[in-house]
Write a new protein. Sequence first.
Length: 208
Amino acid sequence: MQIGSGRRSNRDRTEATRADLIRAARTLFREKSYADTGTPEIVAAAGVTRGALYHHFADKQALFAAVVEQEAAMVAAEVDHASPVSLPAREALIAGSDAYLAAMRAPGRTRMLLIDGPAVLGRAAMDEIDNSHGNRSLREGLVAAMRAQSMARLPVEALTALLAAAFDRAALAIEAGASAEDYRAVLVALIDGLSPAPLPSTRPAPSR
């Protein structure tokens, strides 16, 4: 029992050290950006040694990838919370888009996920992270809307990518000082514009 407890204790300490590094790095990356944050600052903020940092992560970029993954998961969790399956499909999509824009207004988050993320990790890596989190939530919402026949049936992957790009562009514009209300109105119009076209009337034309 003592051996097992010792193993659990070591594992707990290892996980705690990794969590401390991610937490410290997340704060610094959001406050200062990736480029302006050095590993000495990170280890000092985490209260660990440089050896501990390189035990858990190959380099600063690997640590940044872990932070971005966690940050993207947090945004997706807020979107999921705001758009439960109990909501009608259209309302869930709009509530989810509102939650996304609100979540991205957290200080430093837009820069980390939409500017530093692609620049540091590359577009392919960011797409993989997005597809596991935010884009996954959006894709599920779009599929639900199509099944509910409140949205035209379109290629889901292409639609997800294009709408996600619109949401990201809105987040960047709002971060730069644009009107959140204006961008929300356009996003809602985009969602509503995807509703199925009404069937042509089969009623006979009125006689003259």
